[in-house]
Design a protein around this ligand. Sequence first.
Ligand code: HEC
Length: 414
Amino acid sequence: MRKINMVRFAGAVAALAVLTAVVIGCGGGASGGGVTPTVGAFTNAAPSNARAIVAQKALQAIGTRQMPGSTLAGAPNLSAVTPQAVTVGAASGDNGITQVNVRAAYDSNNLYFQCDWLDATESVKKNWLVFNGTTWSKSGDEDRLALFFDIGGTAAGNGGDGGTFAQKGCQAMCHADGMRTTSGTLDEWHTKMARSTPAGYSDDKWIDNTVNPADVEAGHHGDAGQNTYSGNNGANNVPKLVWNGAMSLGANFLVGEEGVALAGDPVAGATAYAANCAACHGAQAQGGAGPALASYLLSHSVSTASTKITTGTMAAYAKGVAPANYVAYLQTLPGVPGSALREAQGSRADVRARAAYANGGWTVIIWRALNTGNVDDVVFNPAGGAIPIALAVMDNNGAAHNGTQGPWTVEFAQ
Ligand code: HEC
């Protein structure tokens, strides 16, 4: 039986002093080894005791919307926790990932994990919508991490070489018709680098014994409430929303409430752009005799861009084409995210997460209340002994994954 030891936070002041000396990954976290205790971007910089190190009250105080993008900002800082090597291997296909370094900790309110692994490419463009001047298509996937726990303690699968989740881990749930149980339920925290962590969450799901030969996902269910994303591809993969210029999460993610419908006709715009603008601004608006335009038009509102095209001092160009058509075309050049991000709600919002890619690998930090009070979630009882866990990582793929082989448990240090 292989174990992940769960550290108990204790001795707050000393622990915090250590924590601030180390900066995790990129983005948030403590800044530059200063002496002021900080835990991510939380405002409770100097909690009075260890159990407040990443206290639930502080989490709630962050507000109703926190969309970090690809950064660890706002995450609990686990850098003082010793990582443990968790070996993973081919489960469905083989993505070559062999090890995940896991830090685990808990306090009186919450449970925390930090998972680090090597991945040569950062993949965050799931269902990216691309325009070729005439038609739209979608392509691309995302990197992911999944953690599994037995909700009732009795989940059985009899897949692979048989047995229960506690005895065999993921292999017990592996069936030709999908990952599922034969009885009992699993909690699944599906951390998605395009669709959930940019919005601040791991997608909270659960698995039962539902079978549908036509749908390998039939045994997977979202927790009650709302997840962090909605599909952004309309008919013929035309995006429903494009950026309105806010781009608060940069050019990889689209926050739904910052999105607007394409104001013009990008097909007409592509034709008109090639005839009237490309000579000075470049075929892909990369610049030339005139400045590069792609970034300009993404980071300015449609009305600002239209006004600029209409009233700019550049040499006269063919009139008679609506400025919005040029803008619509230029907005397509970098592609458009396949999902619009939104705030999670209900039980689907229980698992907070951050992910950042740096130095050839991912760092993911996940935290959740020990007991959410929701029936679709596992309850963690640190006094109740070790609990089975399984873990899998995906590399720009929703199906192929490498995971723990055989049983693993989490033990709570007392
Ligand atoms: C003869 C060369 C030329 C052509 C043709 C031309 N532009 Fe320009 N454009 C420029 C130059 C030079 C500038 C920078 C000076 C200015 O703002 O007038 C510019 C500026 C702009 C700006 C403002 C960029 C910024 O960063 O402020 C936009 C938007 C723009 N052009 C769009 C277009 C569009 C759309 C077309 C085609 C309908 C077009 N331009 C045709 C030369 C050209």
